[in-house]
Design a protein around this ligand. Structure first.
Ligand code: GNR
Ligand code: NI
Length: 180
């Protein structure tokens, strides 16, 4: 899959927005048609995700507000999933807690509780409708990425006290980076 994208396009590394950037809270619009522009976007997102490295990336994180996600939770980094207009069509009653991180909130990891298993419907690069069941890290990642498309960053699942502290800390860090 990734090799196919490599042969299709030149790729580019994209800049990832950092929380608390207000652009991370924009709601992404559905993709009307999977065309060459979307294929180029997916190629660039995949390269950016593998370079970071991360197990997923939502278009929102690179300031593109369209419903496109790439995920690769495999050990060997050879199982790219492209999800266009992804939806969760069912969730387990059972929930699990996972220590989450995010490329848009570097250095911050905290526990988030979500449904343990989800069924996902999306379109792929061939514009086919696909459905699959996810559990474990894949289930966490799909839910984390769909949150991004809806303008939600994982820290918004934490207590308001934690969010306020985190914002202050990250704003200070960015100021120090600017001066350095
Ligand atoms: O690379 C990532 N790792 C991760 C770990 C636990 C839960 C979620 C994630 S997703 C994250 C990449 C990212 O920020 N995607 O939006
Ligand atoms: Ni993220």
């Amino acid at each position: 899959m990734f090799l196919y994208l490599l042969t299709l396009c030149d790729m580019a590394l994209l800049q990832i927005l950092h929380y608390p950037d207000p652009r991370l809270h924009k709601k992404a619009k559905p993709v009307a048609q999977v065309d060459d522009r979307i294929r180029q976007l997916v190629a660039d997102m995949a390269e950016t995700m593998y370079d970071a490295p991360g197990v997923g990336l939502a278009a929102t994180q690179i300031d593109v507000h369209e419903r496109v996600v790439v995920i690769d939770t495999s050990e060997e980094k050879n199982d790219l999933r492209v999800l266009i207009n992804p939806e969760i069509i069912s969730r387990s009653d059972e929930a699990s807690v996972y220590e989450e991180g995010c490329l848009s909130v570097p250095g911050v990891y905290d526990e988030v509780e979500r449904p343990s298993r989800v069924r996902v419907r999306a379109r792929n690069l061939k514009d086919e409708v696909i459905e699959f069941d996810a559990e474990g890290l894949l289930a966490v990642c799909v839910q984390h990425e769909i949150d991004h498309l809806n303008g939600k960053v994982f820290v918004q699942h934490l207590s308001l006290l934690k969010q306020t502290r985190l914002k202050a800390k990250l704003r200070k860090q960015e100021r120090e980076l600017e001066r350095a």
